[in-house]
Design a protein around this ligand. Structure first.
Ligand SMILES: N[C@@H](CCC(=O)N[C@@H](CS)C(=O)NCC(=O)O)C(=O)O
Length: 209
């Protein structure tokens, strides 16, 4: 889709509650691109959403570029951001770093499905979907706990940001998941990650779930 008023800066559409958009918003800050890319809040699942003329999928994050191109999908946007600015990029170069990022993103995908179930009326929720996603989340988190115990997530990269986003989401918008239980290393890691300016400046509002 094209942007008829596309002469300005790239614009990153986000919603305040979106952990995916938060990954990109934290990357913007960690990479010092705050002056290069504007941020624009949008509603979601709304025919009047500001993002819709740019992204017919209607999801965030979406990065509208001055030439009329709109990039969607967190990983593609991280890749674009990595191509701009002088600081080290966020996408890990190594296969193991990429595997870790993919693992955390898979955790986030599962938690997002689980959360969506909980936003339905009780009579429309699927207990089997919830059980599956709970098991998936705990299974992945156990592996991440082992990784954290061995010193993973000590560098700020895509895996770090995705982990901060998913645990931050669990902290404020998906509190039904007691991810800290039996995971002291992740707990400690999260306490430290939470102090970063990029994290503090992108806190999502609590959802009551
Ligand atoms: N695979 C996408 C997922 C993005 C996504 O699901 N975003 C949610 C917000 S957390 C969204 O925009 N939902 C609106 C909708 O589904 O209509 C990515 O990696 O960016």
């Amino acid at each position: 889709m094209t942007d008829s008023s596309s002469a300005g800066k790239p614009r990153l559409f986000y919603s305040e509650g979106s952990p995916y958009a938060r990954i990109c918003r934290m990357a913007l800050r960690e990479r010092g691109l705050g002056q290069t890319v504007d941020e624009a809040v949008t509603t979601l699942r709304d025919p009047a959403a500001a993002v819709l003329p740019y992204n017919p999928v209607g999801r965030v994050p979406a990065l509208a570029l001055p030439d009329g191109t709109t990039l969607t999908e967190t990983t593609l946007i991280l890749g674009w951001l990595d191509g701009h600015g002088g600081r080290p990029g966020m996408m890990p170069a190594s296969a193991s770093g990429q595997a870790t990022y993919g693992r955390v993103l898979g955790l986030l995908d599962g938690v997002a499905v689980w959360n969506r179930e909980l936003r339905r009326p009780v009579s429309e929720r699927s207990p089997s979907v919830i059980a599956l996603e709970l098991a998936r989340a705990n299974r992945v988190a156990d592996v991440l706990e082992s990784q954290a115990a061995q010193g993973a997530f000590s560098t700020v990269d895509a895996g770090f940001l995705a982990l901060a986003a998913v645990l931050g989401y669990a902290e404020r918008r998906h509190t039904v998941w007691k991810w800290r239980e039996g995971r002291p290393c992740l707990d400690q890691w999260f306490a430290q990650a939470s102090r970063r300016a990029a994290f503090c400046e992108t806190l999502p509002p609590p959802s009551g779930i």
